[in-house]
Write a protein of this length. Structure first.
Length: 140
């Protein structure tokens, strides 16, 4: 088996707890997003096409969101429905769940519970998040 070829890399100040990839509209690499859930509770969003050209971390970074408190980001999933593909659900080791909307260069954070101060706090570690495959607005 041939050795894999490194196409791009990122240096971060903390380790990854989870990764998620959005295909973007029509699978176009220029509209794709690479999300990194960090062990310090930060969610970083990068533009993969910039990473392939050798851009620096700062040049490839679309946004950095610090919402998970008292623990790392342990799970993430982009919405699989094309009309909601900009939505990223994140779950943390401290029990918080957040939704991040990344559309047109604008990033907003929402809580499924409506409490945008503390998020949706489930009390225990969130190890998986999943979007419903039939109905785009249902998150488990």
């Amino acid at each position: 088996m041939p050795e894999p070829t490194l196409l791009g890399s990122i240096k971060t100040t903390t380790r990854f707890g989870s990764l998620a990839w959005s295909k973007g509209s029509g699978g176009d690499l220029n509209s794709s997003i690479l999300a990194g859930g960090m062990l310090d509770g930060t969610v970083n969003l990068w533009k993969p096409s910039s990473l392939l050209t050798g851009a620096s971390h700062e040049d490839a970074l679309l946004a950095s969101v610090q919402k998970h408190q008292n623990g790392g980001v342990s799970s993430m999933k982009f919405n699989p429905h094309s009309d909601s593909a900009n939505l990223l659900a994140t779950g943390g080791s401290s029990g918080q769940v957040w939704m991040i909307s990344a559309e047109g260069g604008i990033v907003n954070t929402y809580s499924p519970s409506g409490d945008d101060t503390n998020g949706c706090n489930l009390g225990g570690e969130v190890t998986q998040v999943a979007w419903n495959s039939q109905v785009s607005h249902i998150l488990a």
